[in-house]
Write a new protein. Sequence first.
Length: 197
Amino acid sequence: MIDFKKEIAAYYEREIEAIKNLNLDELNEAMNVLLEHYEKGTNIYVFGNGGSSATASHMVCDFNKGTCMDLEKRFRFICLNDNIPTLMAVANDIAFEDVFYYQLENKLSKDDLILAISGSGNSKNVIKAVEYAKKVGCEVIGMTGYDGGKLRLLSDYHLHVNVNDMQITEDLHMGFDHMIMQIFWHYLYAKAGVAVK
């Protein structure tokens, strides 16, 4: 049997260090913006590539169902990754760079919220969609890693992991989803006088 315990411990030590370095003020600001858009009943568009697309899709489940299952009011998360035929048609007939922008074009309202996910912060299709959203007048939450790249500069609010490691970045991005979902779940249920099951 191969002994990977040293490598296992080292990986989680790097992850623990990244957690310790999170900017809680930034996370809190982003969470408050999400709550504001929940209260206003506006759409929250979420999207990303690769592992980030899985995080985006997972967030729709956790917020639209998990956070609000027994409440009359629901979040309105929409994942731009979830319609594979649309993604493939746009990528094939126009350009992969347009797969998110195309879905927002002429549909996005300035009152909507964008939650864009890119570990590097430099994914061209994510940046093009965010630049369009900024022209429309939308607020943008950027979920990033590394130095945040272009997405961090374009974003109004940040869910940032300051680590040069894509796997730890993606671990903590999913952690943001679960952390925010659980806090909102308890907060919104208490506010509505509904018991958490």
